[in-house]
Write a protein that binds this ligand. Structure first.
Ligand SMILES: NC(=O)c1ccc[n+]([C@@H]2O[C@H](COP(=O)([O-])OP(=O)(O)OC[C@H]3O[C@@H](n4cnc5c(N)ncnc54)[C@H](OP(=O)(O)O)[C@@H]3O)[C@@H](O)[C@H]2O)c1
Length: 336
């Protein structure tokens, strides 16, 4: 299948207009099915998706090994088109705990050496620290990745969840392909200063949480049973009255989707796609069924009247609850 394409910034790779976010296949959204996960990666590549996003800390290497397995067993042509986007820097422990970030140059070199092995590739297409390490200037972390680019271990440098000042400092150090950051109908914080900054500097956006982790997918219900460790069991937007309020917003979206003959998830993804050619939404599908639905968004065009109706149904700032618990919000340079 031929999918529309977009380029990640002025220096980044050309990719299908949506990427596949693989995190949920290993972590944070409860049980997942390994065979179905691999089949979903294969189906995505077969459909023309190219960008596969992961983090070395998603279940401590599990997600990279899963992608490695999927790449090894994919047809050679699909494997050749695949682009890997890897986040590093988060420190874990054997019990799954989190203990900060490490962006020191020697840590960057260490992280990438392991990622290349787990993925079974000879280079990573886009490499980025997941969160700014407050103890290491961004110039040092980005400078270390730039050396990996020179050596051929990495092709492009990305950023994740950082604010305008850090973006400028990073871009002054080396070419940056894209900023990975949450962006959806109910997470529009980047519109004020971050998006104008990336546009000024020719940096693309890989948008995550376009379905707000399933909340605005149209499939999430109040009685959903969550397993321990599921992000949604502690995310403010999924709790009590916040959840009630946010699901009411989804019902407003559902009316628009039904009128158009598409699904709520497709409206939410199509809205992000409509915000500019510099934005590539990452789809967090964990099954082929969800993937098919998400890819259907590429056929959904929203005209001005429909966009206005969507904006009226879910105005900027309409969501109840922050996008992360307070302790995790504190790690977001993008929220300062
Ligand atoms: N840079 C960062 O800080 C950061 C943070 C988080 C994520 N990410 C990356 O961004 C990717 C996407 O984020 P996300 O997984 O939170 O995104 P998302 O697309 O907002 O949420 C994915 C969840 O939505 C539900 N869903 C319902 N219908 C769907 C459909 N048609 N297609 C896809 N999902 C559907 C699924 O939950 P069920 O399967 O439970 O139904 C799925 O697990 C991640 O995989 C990761 O690679 C980056």
């Amino acid at each position: 299948m031929n999918l529309p394409t977009r380029t990640l910034g002025t220096t980044g790779p050309r990719t299908a207009a949506v990427g596949l976010g693989c995190m949920g296949m290993s972590a944070l959204y409860g049980e997942s099915d390994r065979a179905e996960s691999v089949a979903t990666v294969h189906a995505a590549l077969d459909a023309g998706v190219t960008l596969l996003d992961t983090g070395d800390f998603y279940a401590m290497g599990h997600n990279e090994m899963l992608i490695g397995e999927a790449l090894r067993s994919a047809p050679a042509a699909a494997r050749a088109n695949a682009l890997t986007s890897v986040k590093f820097g988060a420190l874990r422990d054997p019990d799954g705990g989190w203990s900060g970030y490490d962006g020191r140059p020697q840590a960057v070199r260490n992280f990438v050496a392991y990622s290349l092995q787990r993925l079974g590739v000879d280079h990573i297409d886009v490499y980025r620290i997941a969160r700014l390490d407050p103890d290491v200037p961004i110039e040092e972390t980005v400078g270390a990745i730039a050396e990996l680019v020179e050596k051929g271990h990495v092709r492009h440098i990305g950023l994740s969840e950082v604010g305008a000042e850090t973006i400028r400092r990073a871009a002054a150090t080396a070419p940056i392909s894209d900023l990975q950051i949450e962006y959806s109908l109910i997470s529009r914080g980047i519109e004020d200063t971050i998006l104008p900054t990336t546009r000024e500097l020719g940096i693309g956006i890989t948008a995550y949480g376009v379905l707000s982790r399933g909340l605005i997918s149209g499939h999430y219900t109040r009685d959903r049973q969550l397993t321990p460790g599921d992000f949604r069991s502690f995310s403010p937007r999924f709790q009590g009255e916040n959840l009630d309020h946010n699901l009411d917003l989804v019902e407003q979206l559902r009316k628009i989707a039904e009128q158009k003959g598409v699904s709520v998830a497709q409206i939410a993804i199509a809205w992000v796609l409509s915000r500019g050619d510099d934005i590539v939404p990452l789809i967090g599908a964990r099954s082929r069924t969800r993937l098919t639905e998400a890819l259907g968004a590429l056929d959904v065009t929203l005209d001005d009247t429909e966009l206005a109706a969507i904006e009226a149904a879910v105005p900027a700032g309409a969501a109840a609850g922050e996008r992360y618990p307070a302790a995790q919000m504190a790690h977001l340079d993008s929220e300062r």
